[in-house]
Ligand binder design. Structure first.
Ligand SMILES: Nc1ncnc2c1ncn2[C@@H]1O[C@H](COP(=O)(O)OP(=O)(O)OP(=O)(O)O)[C@@H](O)[C@H]1O
Ligand SMILES: [Mg+2]
Length: 246
């Protein structure tokens, strides 16, 4: 069985937070856990996470105190490998055994050559959903497709899970409650964590590829999401063996 876990924060809807959340997860797990993380950025031609990294490196060069903070982490930055979806298969194979966790960032559309092959190589898919009807409908269509790849002999995909992003606490909860009921009826798992809508997530120092997120942002739902994802991807028995490696 593969030691390397492959996951993607994925959606067929653009702008729902895929790249931002992928970066937050990668930085947290790589810099604060005994895990070697790699990111495969196949969001061609945007390559958002690779661009994040270039911006972060420029910032570190300009600000010695940021560079000192990075050095104090005592760990090399994680690799960000950019490619197109059609070439991702090979990149993922090359990372087998070289990383504990590979996060794959994909474009916000399904109409791309190589995407079904990529789903088969992933262990888990996590789908951010925004509170609007178009996103909900497109997510249900996406999960219908993913079902065909889940727990099948020719596929590694073990599960897919949705979670709220850009959640507004003070908004009327009717829409959220109705959506949760529909998802339950459709047999689609919705995680309990809700990432709040916050300008913090737009800031480069919060979603840095060179530092873990700061604790002051944990309350915005991201820490709870990370814990839920970690429990799914690294269940207790495996988590213990990862800790032993440290
Ligand atoms: N919880 C949040 N609160 C506020 N803004 C957010 C949140 N999550 C993401 N954003 C913002 O939403 C925008 C889209 O995010 P991001 O680029 O991560 O989405 P994406 O799904 O990767 O988009 P694309 O489909 O273009 O690849 C960005 O400006 C990001 O900062
Ligand atoms: Mg993106």
């Amino acid at each position: 069985m593969s030691q390397t876990k492959y996951l993607s924060i994925s959606s067929q809807k653009g702008g729902v937070g895929k790249s931002t959340i992928t970066t937050l997860i990668a930085s947290y797990l790589h810099f604060t856990m005994p895990l070697k993380v790699a990111v495969v950025d196949c969001d061609y031609p945007q390559w958002t996470i690779e661009n994040f990294r270039q911006d972060d490196l420029a910032l570190l060069k300009k600000m010695p105190e940021k560079m000192a903070e990075f050095k104090a982490l005592g760990k090399k930055a994680y690799a960000i490998i950019k490619c197109q979806v059609k070439d991702a298969r090979q990149q993922l194979e090359d990372l087998e055994g070289a990383a504990d966790l590979v996060l794959v960032d994909t474009p916000g559309t399904l109409n791309i050559a190589g995407l079904p092959e990529l789903w088969r190589q992933l262990d888990y898919i996590f789908i951010p959903i925004e509170p609007d009807a178009a996103t909900i409908n497109s997510t249900l269509a996406y999960t219908d497709v993913l079902r065909h790849y889940t727990n099948k002999p020719d596929s590694s995909l073990q599960g897919f899970y949705c979670f709220w992003n850009k959640f507004v606490k003070n908004e009327k909860q009717t829409f959220f409650n109705q959506t949760e009921k529909i998802f339950q009826e459709e047999g689609v798992t919705l995680l309990g964590s809700r990432l709040e809508q916050s300008v913090a997530y737009r800031k480069s120092e919060v979603r840095s590829t060179m530092a873990p997120m700061r604790k002051e942002f944990y309350h915005l739902g991201i820490k709870s999401l990370l814990e839920e994802i970690q429990a799914i991807v690294f269940p207790v028995k495996e988590a213990a063996s990862v800790a032993e490696k440290a």
